[in-house]
Each structure stands twice: as structure tokens, then as C-alpha cells.
Design a protein around this ligand. Structure first.
Ligand code: NAD
Length: 535
């Protein structure tokens, strides 16, 4: 193949007067199928269907909803090879990456909710202050309605199913828009149909950014957006017009902090996997390794050796991946250009490439690359790279490592490596980020019980874990009164009541040894005043 046609072909192409989305297999650049943008009627129909379904879903118990998700679990287990084939075909990712990140994650979230969601969504009793004697306070987790999920191309099934399942378990129906680069046309519908999962609960709408905007105009009850920081800001701006709550899961420039007492061999393997898995197209990829000065040269050597042992498509083009390919293809052509430009710019400004760094233009792939001698003037050290490229920088002290880790507009994830767990946890607390793995990498997002989300330009909100269910809930406060006669703050007001009420506040909140006795005495006086003076 000459300079790959796929590299220069946008996902969109003009077909007559209509915009057509052309979907290709990144491994061969072969056209798989094309899609038309939906009509306004299609969009309205999706929302109408989802809103009708919401009425049934909200009436179901959490257990009934979980029973629906268990059907999905069975389907994923029985059809995992077929699902992996489909994901690999549109993303070009390594087969093992697809199995681990797109199938395991879905099975695990279903399993986690099956065991814990009833408890997390159950009505909660909370304390009631003595001043509200006789009343009960509760929290109800009610569903929100029809929510909109917009996803990117890097984990097209995981980032469809996990938010969708979370929203559904919390009682919502879903309109879902996949990325125009990896729509996986018909796969979600096939999984729903084939598993027997409640069909109307999820409506898939295919299209690009403009379709995303038109979906927001339908006033969903909430938007969970996963994608770039640029698009996240646009979505928030549009949502603000209608006051739609948004949850934004955006980009990252994740640091990995390696102290000199870490197990260097294991840590180097962790760094290489964390940087190269999914061909580096992971929001929580290790993008920057910060290494303590004394071990820096040794650690860079180790990284180079381990990276050079990885298998990737350029070594043996056309070899089928039976699960033994380490680093897969890049999914979107524009992303290869971005990675290439960052590496070229860094080299022109004096950075050193230890391995990788240039590609065979015939393949939609980029070799695993190691770069050092970077500085803040280079995009590679400040912007999200989102490719199989690792930069390494030395630091001297713990404080310097924290400063360097935080020297980024992003705050998605990080890792800290040291045998001194006190130090590692101290650093983990000091990094301004949503997730930190200690002596591991990309680990927090593997645990469905842990909330996932970022800080700063990586977005806000949390999905997964109990917080995920609650973020798809209307957290409703309830106070139950069975008809108490004592409401001192109600009408009518009087001077006498004012003075007693003031004493009551002193008694309840002023503390001291006899606060309860004082409270009871003032309370009794107030009660008689309340009884005497009725409105
Ligand atoms: P993108 O922002 O270009 O597109 C993501 C989705 O949003 C697509 O479906 C796209 O059609 C839609 N979209 C874009 N602009 C829109 C708009 N104005 N209104 C409505 N919809 C719009 O991102 P991408 O290139 O598909 O994905 C890569 C990015 O996603 C990276 O920055 C990566 O870090 C991030 N990401 C974040 C997470 C996370 O959990 N934080 C996970 C995966 C990927």
C-alpha cells in the first residue's frame, strides 16, 4: 500500500448532497461500511422511545433492572470472541487489549452492580437534629430520566456499555451516540437483541459532532460525555443554555513518579504497559515518566530494552493477531499525524529518541517510542499525545516530583512507585488528579468499585462505584413527620417565643455539661407557648 489512503481520509465524505460517514478497518484501510447522519425525525424518535421506556424502567425495582443486566453478562461471556473481532476490526487494537479493556470491564461492572447496587440505591436513613424531634430524615436515589451518553473512539464498547449499564441500573433510559470513527454499527443493538435485555431502554444514534449537538438540543436529563477537552467545553456551553447537568470525562497527560527505591524491573514493565496499551490511545496512558535522578540513566536503559521487545504491526505486517500482538494499530489517521508532529517538533528542538520515533507510512501504526531531553517548549511534554510514546524526565526531590507531576492543565490519573508506602501515599495525596495507583498502573479504573473521573481540564464528575450510580440519580432529600404538634419556628411569632427560641439555640448548640437538660427545659417552655398561641 502506498502512503495509506486511510491516513488522509476523513471519517466524513460528501455523498451527493448528504454527508456520509465512512468507516474503515485501520489495519488495511478497507472501507467497512458507510452511514448517513440521522434526520431530525430519527433523533426525535430515539428520544420519544427512550422517554417512553423510562416510565417502565423507573417503576422497576433495582433487582429487576439488575436481572436485565445479567442477560448482557451472559451474552458477553458466550460471544466474547465475536465481540472482540468486531472491536478489533474498527479500532485496529491488539486482540488482548480488546478482550481486557472492552469485555472484562463490562463483565466486571455488571458483576459489581449485581452484588452492590441494591445497597447503594436503597433509601438511606440520615440523622435528624434534636430540634426536629419526632421526625425522620431519608435520602432517596431516584432516576433522572433519559440521559445522553456521547463516547469517543478509543474504547468504543467499554465507553458505551459501562455508562449505559450504570445509567440503567440507576433507573434511567439512554440515548447513546458513538464516535463517528468507530460506530460499531449495529453491535450494541445486536447485544441488546441477542441477550434479551430490555430493548427500548437504549437507543443508539449514529453520527458526528453535529448529531451530538442536535441530541443535546433534545434536553436530555443529563449528559455523560467522554472525549477531548475541546469538545467537553463546547458541550458544557451548549448544555448550559438548558441547564442540563454534565459529567465530563476528558483528556490527560498522566505522570508516573518513580523513586529510586522502587523495584526497577517491575516498574519499567509497568511503565511500558501503561504507555503502550491500546497503542497509547488511552485517556489514562502513562505519558510522562518522572524518575529520581540517581536511577535515571539506568531506568531509561531498562525502558528502551523492554520497549524493543514489544511486538507491533510494523515488524511483521499482515501477520494475524491471535492475541500475541503487544501494540496494535492506531485507530484514527488524524491521531497518527498528531503523534508524528509532536515527536518531530521535539526532535527539532533537541529531544533525544532512544527507540521508535519514525514510521512506515504504509501502515496505520506508530512504533513504540521513547523520548528524553524534553522541555516545556515542546508540545510532547505539555499536550496530550495519545499514542505509543513515552517521555522520561529526571527529578531530584519528592517536592520536585510533586511539582512536576502537577505541572499540567490535566488531572486524570497518575501512579507513584516506591517501596516506602508512606512516601508513596504522601505523594498520591499531593498530586491534583482523580486517580492514583501506587506501585501499579492504570489499576484504579480496573476496579468497578472505585469512582472514575478527573480534575482540572480532565473534567469532573465520577462514574463507576457507588458514586457512578449516584451521579445518575436525583439525590432526593426526604423528611417524614407523622404530625408533631411542636413547630416553634412556625407562626405566630411573639417576643416571648423569640427569647425562648434564642435560648433553645444556646442550649442545643452551645455545648456544656447540661446541654440536654437545658434543651429539655427550654423545649417544654416553648411547647407551652406554642400550645397557647395558635394561628
Ligand atoms: P472527541 O472529543 O473529538 O469526540 C468524542 C465524541 O464527542 C464523539 O462521539 C464526537 O462525535 C462527539 N463530539 C465532538 N464534539 C462535539 C460537540 N461539540 N457536541 C456534541 N458531540 C461532540 O474525542 P475523540 O477524539 O473521539 O476521543 C479522544 C479523547 O477522548 C482524548 O482526549 C481522550 O483522552 C479522551 N478520553 C477520555 C476518557 C476519560 O474517561 N476521561 C476516556 C477515553 C477517552
Amino acid at each position: 500500500m502506498a502512503e495509506s489512503a486511510a491516513l488522509n481520509t476523513p471519517a466524513f465524505q460528501q455523498a451527493g448532497t448528504a454527508q456520509e460517514i465512512v468507516v474503515r478497518d485501520p489495519r488495511s484501510s478497507q472501507v467497512l461500511y458507510s452511514l448517513q447522519e440521522p434526520s431530525d425525525e430519527d433523533i426525535r424518535r430515539a428520544f420519544d422511545g427512550a422517554r417512553r421506556a423510562f416510565q417502565s424502567i423507573r417503576a422497576m425495582t433495582v433487582r429487576e433492572r439488575l436481572n436485565e443486566t445479567l442477560k448482557l453478562k451472559r451474552y458477553f461471556l458466550d460471544h466474547k470472541e465475536k465481540i472482540v473481532d468486531r472491536v478489533v476490526q474498527e479500532t485496529g487494537k491488539a486482540r488482548t487489549d480488546a478482550l481486557v479493556s472492552e469485555v472484562f470491564t463490562v463483565l466486571d461492572i455488571i458483576d459489581y452492580y449485581d452484588k452492590h447496587a441494591e445497597r447503594h440505591l436503597a433509601d438511606e436513613n440520615v440523622p435528624t437534629p434534636i430540634i426536629f424531634l419526632g421526625k425522620k430524615s431519608k435520602i432517596y436515589y431516584s432516576p433522572l430520566g433519559t440521559v445522553l451518553i456521547i463516547s469517543p473512539w478509543n474504547y468504543p464498547l467499554n465507553l458505551a456499555m459501562v455508562p449505559m449499564i450504570t445509567a440503567f441500573v440507576a433507573g434511567n433510559s439512554v440515548v447513546y451516540k458513538p464516535s463517528e470513527w468507530t460506530p460499531l454499527k449495529g453491535l450494541v443493538e445486536e447485544i441488546i437483541e441477542g441477550s434479551g435485555f430490555m430493548r427500548e431502554a437504549v437507543h443508539v444514534v449514529y453520527g458526528g459532532k453535529d448529531t451530538g449537538r442536535r441530541l443535546i438540543d433534545q434536553h436530555p436529563a443529563k449528559i455523560l460525555f467522554t472525549g477531548s477537552t475541546r469538545a467537553g467545553k463546547q458541550i458544557m456551553e451548549q448544555a448550559a443554555k438548558y441547564l442540563i447537568p454534565v459529567e465530563l470525562e476528558l483528556g490527560g497527560k498522566d505522570p508516573m513518579v518513580v523513586f529510586e527505591d522502587a523495584d526497577l524491573d517491575r516498574t519499567a514493565v509497568g511503565a511500558v504497559w501503561g504507555a503502550m496499551t491500546n497503542c497509547g490511545q488511552t485517556c489514562t496512558s502513562v505519558e510522562r515518566v518522572l524518575v529520581q535522578e540517581r536511577i535515571y540513566p539506568q531506568f531509561v536503559d531498562k525502558l528502551k530494552q523492554k520497549i524493543e521487545r514489544l511486538s507491533h504491526p510494523a515488524q511483521n505486517p499482515g501477520k494475524p493477531d491471535a492475541g500475541d500482538l503487544d501494540v496494535g494499530f492506531m485507530t484514527a489517521p488524524f491521531q497518527i499525524t498528531k503523534v508524528e508532529d509532536q515527536v518531530k517538533e521535539a526532535v527539532n528542538k533537541g529531544a533525544k529518541v532512544h527507540t521508535g520515533g519514525s514510521r512506515d507510512g504504509a501502515l496505520s501504526t506508530y512504533p513504540p517510542t521513547l523520548v528524553t531531553d524534553v522541555d516545556a517548549s515542546m508540545k510532547i511534554s505539555t499536550d496530550e499525545t495519545f499514542g505509543p510514546v513515552l517521555i522520561v524526565q529526571p527529578f531530584r526531590t519528592e517536592q520536585e516530583a510533586i511539582t512536576m507531576a502537577n505541572d499540567t492543565p490535566y488531572g486524570l490519573s497518575a501512579s507513584v512507585w516506591s517501596r516506602d508506602i508512606d512516601r508513596a501515599t504522601r505523594v498520591a495525596r499531593a498530586i491534583d488528579t482523580g486517580n492514583v495507583s501506587i506501585n501499579n498502573v492504570l489499576a484504579t479504573q480496573g476496579n468497578s468499585a472505585l469512582p472514575f473521573g478527573g480534575t482540572k481540564e480532565s473534567g469532573f464528575g465520577r462514574y463507576k462505584g457507588p458514586h457512578g450510580l449516584h451521579s445518575f440519580s436525583n439525590i432526593k432529600s426526604i423528611m417524614i413527620d407523622t404530625g408533631s404538634k411542636f413547630e416553634p419556628h412556625w407562626y405566630p411569632y411573639s417576643r416571648e417565643k423569640y427569647v425562648l427560641f434564642s435560648k433553645l439555640l444556646d442550649a442545643v448548640y452551645g455545648g456544656g455539661p447540661f446541654w440536654l437538660l437545658k434543651t429539655l427545659l427550654v423545649g417544654m417552655k416553648l411547647e407551652s407557648v406554642v400550645k397557647k398561641n395558635k394561628l
